[in-house]
Ligand binder design. Structure first.
Ligand SMILES: [Zn+2]
Length: 84
């Protein structure tokens, strides 16, 4: 697709690193699948992937972690945490 940031480049499938912060918790997720602009380097992450990132961040934060670096895995299932 056409890049909306620079309006010149075309995006290509690739991977990027995402930094998520929430309160005093920081998560770095590597190898996140995204569409990357070949001109300006802007990355576009799919809604489903972004949603999953936030869920993972929430789960890790609940474990009391302050900073974590993970590798995004497309194959493993994310289990829904059971309330209570
Ligand atoms: Zn661009």
């Amino acid at each position: 697709m056409k890049c909306i940031m620079c309006k010149r480049g075309e995006t290509k499938p690739g991977v990027t690193s995402v930094l998520l912060t929430r309160d005093d918790f920081t998560l770095v997720m590597r190898d996140v699948p995204a569409e990357i602009c070949e001109v300006c380097g802007e990355d576009y992450i799919e809604g489903e992937v972004a949603k999953r990132l936030y869920n993972m961040a929430e789960e890790i934060q609940h474990q009391g972690t302050l900073i974590d670096v993970r590798r995004y895995q497309t194959t493993s299932e994310v289990s829904c945490p059971v309330e209570g």
